[in-house]
Design a protein around this ligand. Structure first.
Ligand code: ATP
Ligand code: MG
Length: 259
């Protein structure tokens, strides 16, 4: 029997501040809480996922060492406060990786080669992408089986989406034909007319891959990272935690129905 391999999900949107990291960290935490083995790969030089999970920068080897130097994966993977949730951290060093990767043979597949070596140890590998174009996100899209696209419920929500879809098309054509979109998530929702208008526009564009679960704007989600904890360990009763739990259930249900 073929060895069971993790589903590799990249959280992506070229736009900054739309909830990629918040979704990657908290969805991963609820998947781990459900008994699944989850690895987050922080692929953003801002290192927000690492900081948000209490991994102190500058103390550990990071994804940069794995991508650009010779280094054992076991030296880089860190445990978190959440049982079952591990992370390969990032820090500002990663900003230099783009330039170094350009010179490497097979430069688009370096991350894929790393993840392929450890995917059998996990049920999910969740990649937190930076808000940019370039070789790092191209590596993420090449390594991933699927994408989750968080979109902030605001007036310019769809800005950049056409460009993202075009990039996905190119990646599928040249590097990763099986790449799919596992879901589109509305984040930072406020009650009101504008949200409904934006939601309707997103639904019209993406159809049924839009998750029924929406993430409300909730200050507790913004506070949790400064305590180095995912939301289920920080305040599991807040509306943000309830929403991310619901998202984890919806995603698992989606996978079950596909089997
Ligand atoms: P970047 O593109 O810079 O990596 P991002 O897409 O990863 O950003 P986040 O860092 O998750 O976005 O979120 C941006 C900011 O909004 C953060 O300060 C985060 O704490 C806050 N935030 C995210 N989701 C919510 C929410 N549902 N309610 C309130 N604040 C939120
Ligand atoms: Mg981020």
């Amino acid at each position: 029997m073929a060895e069971k391999k993790a589903r590799v999900i990249a959280f992506t949107n070229w736009k900054g501040g739309v909830g990629k990291t918040t979704t990657c960290v908290n969805l991963s935490a609820f998947l781990a809480e459900a008994g699944l083995r989850v690895l987050i790969v922080d692929l953003d030089p801002q290192g927000n996922a690492s900081l948000g999970l209490g991994v102190t920068p500058r103390k550990h080897k990071t994804i940069y060492n794995l991508l650009c130097e010779d280094c054992e994966i076991s030296e880089v993977v860190q445990l978190t406060a959440m049982k079952g949730l591990e992370i390969i951290p990032a820090d500002v060093d990663l900003a230099g990786a783009e330039e170094e990767l350009v010179r490497m043979p097979g430069r688009e597949r370096i991350l894929k080669n790393i993840i392929d070596k450890i995917a059998h140890n996990y049920d999910y590998v969740c990649i937190d992408c930076p808000p940019s174009l370039g070789l790092l996100p191209v590596n993420a899209l090449t390594a991933a089986d699927a994408l989750i696209i968080p979109i902030q419920c605001e007036f310019y929500a769809m800005e950049g989406i056409a460009q993202l879809m075009y990039t996905i098309k190119l990646i599928k054509k040249h590097l990763n034909p099986n790449l799919s979109i596992d879901g589109v998530l509305l984040t930072m929702e406020n009650r009101g007319n504008l949200t409904e208008q934006v939601a309707a526009e997103i639904l019209k564009y993406f159809g049924k891959i839009v998750f029924k679960t929406r993430i409300p704007r909730n200050i507790r989600l913004a506070e949790a990272p400064s305590h180095g904890k995912p939301i289920n360990l920080y305040d599991r009763r807040c509306s943000g935690a309830v929403a991310y739990l619901s998202l984890a259930k919806e995603l698992l249900q989606r996978y079950k129905s596909l089997k």
